[in-house]
Design a protein around this ligand. Structure first.
Ligand code: ADP
Length: 261
């Protein structure tokens, strides 16, 4: 490179260099902050179920093991805690891969009606425990073909239906509707008549680890990552996700997909 002799140019270059470096440092700081916050959230999420499992094991070792019925009950509860830990770790793995861009969207042509049916079959028992009816509101008894990553879309629908059960009222209903839109898209809606979400919380729902109810008193613990995963998957498809909710009345989550020929 030629040596700059012009003082004005030199000053300009030095200033630009300093500005670039400052920007670089700022970016690194933000990344570091993000990483620290993420780790903090992760350990927080893991702590509750870990302590629960430890609690049951300690009680068993303390003598509860002698009683056959108590033994079984505590072992079942410990197992539930481990199950929850597995869910959290799976979600963490998924969100990390999605954020790093380590996951490929592999579109194929598939029947979305069948996928909804799969999800219903898998979650029927869970819904029944809360006396929630899963209903497939569609006049399309015929297949609807879309172009998307089938496994990921099944995960999206699973997360949304799971939430509608978790935050649904006992005796309530979750309804799925699929509608054809004009511009080569379909829209899939998951509607519940559950607890609903207050307006001021709606914009933050898709953030990682965000929960409306922050108390540990929640009977249904997730990872707080379900909707962040949903949003990532839908956006990686270049599609859109919407939420409408009324506190005390219910919620509707909907997203678009590309129709297949
Ligand atoms: P998680 O369910 O594990 O807490 P999510 O990311 O799936 O995490 O959801 C984030 C939050 O959004 C939930 O904690 C809940 O407060 C709220 N939420 C999600 N779906 C619904 C729903 N169908 N009805 C009411 N609130 C909901």
């Amino acid at each position: 490179q030629p040596i700059t002799t012009d003082m004005a140019t030199l000053t300009k270059e030095v200033k630009k260099f300093a500005r670039d470096k400052k920007l670089e440092i700022e970016t690194l700081k933000i990344k570091e902050e993000y990483r620290r916050e993420f780790l903090g959230n992760v350990s927080h999420e893991l702590k509750t179920p870990l302590f629960t499992v430890q609690g049951y094991i300690l009680t068993l070792l303390d003598g509860a093991m002698e009683d056959k019925t108590i033994r079984k009950k505590y072992l079942q509860r410990a197992e539930k805690g481990v199950e929850r830990l597995i869910y959290i770790v799976k979600d963490l793995d998924m969100i990390t891969k999605l954020e790093v861009g380590d996951i490929n969207i592999e579109p194929s042509r598939f029947n979305v009606v069948e996928v909804v049916q799969n999800v219903f079959d898998l979650l029927e028992m869970r819904a029944a425990k809360k006396n929630i009816t899963l209903s497939f509101d569609t006049f399309y008894k015929q297949p609807i073909f879309v172009l998307a990553d089938q496994d990921k879309i099944q995960q999206v629908i699973t997360n949304l239906v799971m939430n509608s059960i978790k935050y649904g009222k006992t005796g309530g209903t979750t309804e799925i509707g699929i509608e054809n839109l004009v511009d080569n898209k379909v829209i899939i809606r998951v509607t519940d008549n559950g607890e609903g979400i207050e307006k001021q919380n709606i914009s933050r729902l898709f953030e990682r680890f965000y929960r409306v109810d922050k108390s540990g008193a929640r009977s249904e613990g997730g990872s707080g990552l379900g909707l962040a995963i949903v949003k990532h998957i839908i956006e990686s498809h270049n599609e859109k996700i919407y939420v409408e909710s009324e506190f005390g009345v219910g919620s509707e989550f909907s997203f678009t997909l590309e129709k297949a020929k």
